[in-house]
Design a protein around this ligand. Sequence first.
Ligand code: PFF
Length: 458
Amino acid sequence: MKKAHENERHLFSGKLGFVLASAGSAVGLGNLWRFPYLAAQYGGGVFLLIYIILAISFGYTMIVAETAIGRMTRKCPIDAFESFSKKPIYRIGGWVTFLIALLIVPYYSVIGGWVVKYLAAFCTGGGAEIAEDGKFTAFISSSDQTLVCFLVFALLTVGVIYLGVQKGIERISKFIMPVLVVLAVIICIFVCTRPGAVEGIKYFLIPDFSHFSYKTVVGALTQMFYSLSIAMGILITFGSYMKKDISIESATTNVEIFDTGIAILAGLMVIPAVFAYSGGEKTAVGGGPSLMFVTLPKVFMSMAGGGIIGTLFFALVLFAALTSAIALTESVVFTLEERFRWSRVKATTITGIIILALGSLSCLGYGPWANFNIFGMQILDFFDFMTNSIMMPIAALLTCLLVVRVIGIGKIVLEVEDGGMPFRRKKLFSFMIRWVCPAFVAIILIASLLSVFGVIKI
Ligand code: PFF
């Protein structure tokens, strides 16, 4: 049987396909839901500055390395790691990378389902009702409602995967990503021109170093990791679908600009909106994870035209979440096709069943099974913690080791420069992957462990 990548369906048609699909994987709930509340919490402008510095150095290095590994091997993450070394540690690297995507999609789709609910509410004129106090908690604890919304989101995701790489992922990304940018710009202009928004814009854009602390750096590090979809196998997978005549450096730079640009636009939507609503009261943006589902609907409903802007906002979030879930699912399905020689239909169906099973657990974990805790966490939070705080740093560390100790930095450089392509940040890449990235990844892992055991608070 042909391996999946030997099939034309498993190649992007060109650079645009790769860039939009990879940007789609990167731009997600991380940008629209997580970035604004972290930026608000960790000092606004100073957080933004550190985030940008980390993205163009650390983040950039990791995405180039993963894309190059994918393109040079044309294999799924498990086989790619194994093709360089059969040592157990690197085999573990491949498997952990695969498992991360498999464990994230289900709970990510549950949160995607919450977005479906909020979009439906705003679309049907129910914005004021859903913005009422206690509505969000009541919704997530009603497992029948969350299950239905989760199902809608998961079926949309799996449906695109059935269609394949060019007809599914590439086509949907080419449609969704430009719409997403237009929506983001419209909402930003609307929000930033509201009375009282200027204070929020200043807080978000102008660095004030009195807000700087180690938490700013750790927060920006973990967020950048999450946002660029590092160590989830997505970029190895998408790199393996990339044709040789495309510049890895320029394509990954585009992805990075897209992802950071949307995060900045998200900050410019959310922070000024909350400032305008609260009359400049900074504590109002400290809503943490509930900022998007609890504070924002109230903020929108307090504005003239807020029903429409709320609808556009949740449509934007839904689009962003969908393209990320599609990318994660593609990484899993491609691995099952390659590793187990399953057909695309079989691999997609089995992945779909796993998503439904694990996602349902996450829904129930906030509802009737709320008393069931793992290490004091509800099921969804536990999956999130395991993947983001433990497994992703481990996979990233093993990726750095693989590049430095086994593949050799020179081979990655050759892959990037293949066909006479330029590699302007070559020196930065070599220095970062050898010294700085492993250190940063270790900081993320240690900080996550210390925070879960209550030693530090991040
Ligand atoms: N990078 C995407 C986002 O920012 O939402 C995708 C993603 C990241 C999904 C991390 C899941 C995750 F845990």
